[in-house]
Ligand binder design. Structure first.
Ligand code: ZN
Length: 272
């Protein structure tokens, strides 16, 4: 049995501020060590539950935050960008299930450091009428490949908006959000203990999990953070303008939709 552990940083216990998730300062250096430790807790639990092979995917920012020399040696690490499957890089190898560790709620939500893919570019993303954040978008990409999400960890806002799309998954609430930059957190040690226990249960119950599938055709409706971004994104001829800040496109798969969104996120750097 092979597990992909996708790790973000905003949902990690102890992380509340944008400085902690941005490279180039001391607070970030502490936070990436906590992120690595939560990944290791997930590895430990997965192996206790019966996993034989583990890939850990670094899914935050530039995709190079986890400390390779701090990672449990029983796992291999997916690092760096660009990569076509983004936060699900590693599924190309064939995996049986996904963990989402340190995830966060979607843009415009009330969660800690809430955003969707790129906080500068995207305000809201709807797929076939359903508003989704990163967990939903990438969970549907995994689901399209027949792979279920069996564990999610992050704050209460993330869990409440995601729980229904991954029935049968295990959840660890690392924090309670009071706002974008405030709330109450478990200690990193308590969070790691809870993640290891939930990871073990999740792997033991893997057979009950159901992949999250969104049937094609996929219609993506996208609200940008400004009309200037909508102007820029509509340079791409397959995108259609709906109003000042709303665009839409249709495609034949979630992989194609996610790759399009990631390409738009990359384009948005032109306007920063
Ligand atoms: Zn992130």
């Amino acid at each position: 049995m092979k597990i992909l552990i996708s790790t973000d940083i905003e949902g990690v216990a102890g992380v509340f501020h944008s400085e902690q998730v941005r490279a180039g300062n001391g607070e970030y250096e502490r936070a990436r060590a906590w992120m690595t430790a939560e990944a290791n807790a997930a590895v430990q639990g997965a192996i206790a539950g019966g996993a034989e092979e583990i890939l850990v995917n670094d899914s935050h920012g530039g995709f190079r935050n986890l400390l390779p020399d701090g990672l449990d040696e029983r796992a291999r690490l997916v690092l760096g960008k660009p990569r076509y499957l983004g936060m699900m890089g590693g599924l190309e190898e064939g995996c049986d299930a996904v963990f989402m560790i340190g995830y966060h709620s979607r843009s415009q939500g009330r969660g800690i450091l809430a955003h969707t893919i790129n906080s500068f570019a995207f305000a809201r993303v709807f797929i076939n009428g359903m508003e989704l954040g990163e967990a939903g978008l990438y969970g549907a990409l995994a689901g399209e490949m027949g792979v279920p999400v069996i564990l999610g960890t992050g704050d209460d806002a993330f869990i409440s908006e995601t729980r229904d799309i991954f029935p049968g998954a295990e959840w660890v609430q690392t924090k309670v959000a009071h706002g974008q930059g405030s709330g109450v957190t478990l200690s990193p040690a308590a969070s790691r203990r809870a993640i290891a226990a939930a990871a073990e249960t999740a792997v033991r119950n893997l057979k009950k999990a159901v992949p999250f599938r969104i049937p094609a055709p996929i219609e993506c409706r996208l609200q940008t953070q400004s009309s200037a971004l909508a102007d820029l994104f509509c340079m791409w001829p397959t995108l259609e303008r709906v109003d000042g800040v709303t665009l839409r496109f249709t495609t034949d798969s979630m992989q194609s939709a996610v790759r399009t969104l990631n390409s738009l996120a990359a384009m948005s750097f032109m306007l920063r």
